[in-house]
Design a protein around this ligand. Structure first.
Ligand code: CMC
Length: 391
């Protein structure tokens, strides 16, 4: 039929107007509200970037303090949600728990479900941003059998998250400033990325007027896949499996072999046909964290050599495949102490900022209508029902 544009995977369909994030994939440029990601990663904080994405401008000192204070007032989870965690198998993937718990939040906030009311949308957005660290840290604590830690609002957003994750009630937990900074920067690098699969999922779910917590749970489900946010976990698993630089050529060969489904995880991108600017910052941050913690992980050397070999290989050059945000993040996260299964949960935590900002933008857009793609029908033409004895 000539009625619709056929665009599987939406490679050329713009689904909305957006003033949040700009990407020039050919040049490797990423801007949030006009500010380059490199400058934000270097000078800003995750909370400031959250404010910027939600409100359109960088905050004044007062606005910033008010915002961080407001977020800190929403860090606790309803105590009934503890019981929700107990319902999961101990070995449940943290992303399974995240989907479930965030979806369950939709049953708790009946005071703010009028999505036509900007104040209601704001409270829901703040609650989501504030509770994600608590939810993610509890998923981790549950998996290792340690008691949940309540948030400590005297700490920064990121410091509090590190304490809830790695602290124990029996001891003081001291946040290491370099780790806090690296973690915060990783959150900045994941905050938003325009109409990627999970963000489009949140928008599509939200376009029907659905509850915001349920919409974000849908985004988390989409992010989980290895082609999307799940790539950070898959990338580190791959680097560990490669183990030694001598084995890199074997994996490059596999990635090039069209009969082998294997892909270099953390490589390639739908939009970037150049170096992902987030990967540049990420690679630099690996060194800073190693220096601060006085550690070294041989997988970093494997990653560097894998990158170099791929970037000098015709296959990767012709297809314009470069490292993406997920290539180096796992090396840092594992040095900080996170197990690979937590990596995508951290991505979800940070991307919640982008999801809620995009969701708010969509709801306040007068052109907003329910998202409803069309199809090209390829099934049988009309035919008559046939009873069993005639089939
Ligand atoms: N290793 C080997 N070959 C690749 C890779 C890779 N990582 N990525 C793409 N290709 C090849 C692919 O086989 C295809 O070749 P051909 O044209 O001969 O069929 C060509 O490059 C184009 O790939 P595509 O799958 O058509 O491109 P896409 O835009 O649909 O997919 C992608 C983008 C990110 C899903 C893909 O590059 C991929 O699977 N990468 C590995 C997973 C990954 O790192 N994902 C993270 C994305 S970044 C941010 C996030 O986390 O979401």
């Amino acid at each position: 039929s000539g009625m619709f544009t056929y665009d599987p995977g939406f490679t050329s369909t713009a689904s909305c107007d957006s003033g949040l994030t700009y990407i020039d994939g050919e040049e490797g440029v990423l801007l949030h509200r006009g500010y380059p990601i490199g400058q934000l990663a270097e000078n800003s904080s995750f909370m400031e970037v959250a404010y910027l994405l939600l409100n359109g401008e960088l905050p004044s000192q007062d606005e910033y303090e008010n915002f961080t204070y407001t977020i800190s007032r929403h860090t606790m989870l309803h105590d009934q949600l503890r019981g929700f965690y107990q319902g999961f198998r101990r070995d449940a993937h943290p992303m399974a728990i995240m989907c479930g718990v965030v979806g369950a939040l939709s049953a708790f906030y009946h005071d703010s479900t009028d999505i036509a009311d900007p104040e209601h949308r704001k409270i829901s957005s703040h609650r989501l941003i504030a509770k994600m660290p608590t939810i993610a840290a509890m998923a981790y604590k549950y998996s290792i059998g340690q008691p949940f830690l309540y948030p400590d609002n005297s700490l920064s957003y990121t410091g509090n998250f590190l304490r809830m994750t790695f602290g124990v009630p029996a001891e003081e937990y001291e946040v290491i400033p370099a780790v806090e900074k690296a973690m915060d920067r990783i959150f900045i690098l994941h905050a938003d990325h325009e109409q990627n699969a999970s963000t489009s999922t949140v928008r599509l779910a939200g376009s029907s007027g659905a509850n915001p917590f349920a919409c974000i749970a849908a985004g988390i489900a989409c992010l989980w896949g290895p082609a999307h946010g799940g790539a950070n976990e898959a990338a580190l698993n791959m680097l560990q499996e490669i183990g030694r630089p001598e084995r890199i050529p074997e994996y490059i060969a596999r990635a090039k072999n069209k009969d082998d489904p294997f892909r270099l995880m953390g490589f390639g991108h739908r939009v970037y046909k150049n170096y992902d600017p987030r990967a540049t910052v990420m690679q630099k941050t690996v060194r800073e964290v190693f220096d601060a913690l006085k550690v070294n992980d041989p997988v970093f050397e494997v990653a560097l050599q894998l990158e170099e070999m791929a970037l000098n290989d015709d296959y990767f050059v012709e297809k314009k495949l470069f490292p993406n945000v997920d290539f180096y993040s796992g090396v840092i996260l594992s040095a900080i102490g996170f197990p690979t299964t937590m990596f995508t949960a951290l991505f979800a935590l940070a991307r919640t900022v982008g999801w809620v900002a995009q969701w708010n933008e969509m709801i306040s857009d007068p052109a907003q209508r329910i998202g409803r793609p069309r199809q090209l029908y390829t099934g049988p033409t009309q035919r008559d029902y046939v009873p069993f004895d005639k089939r």
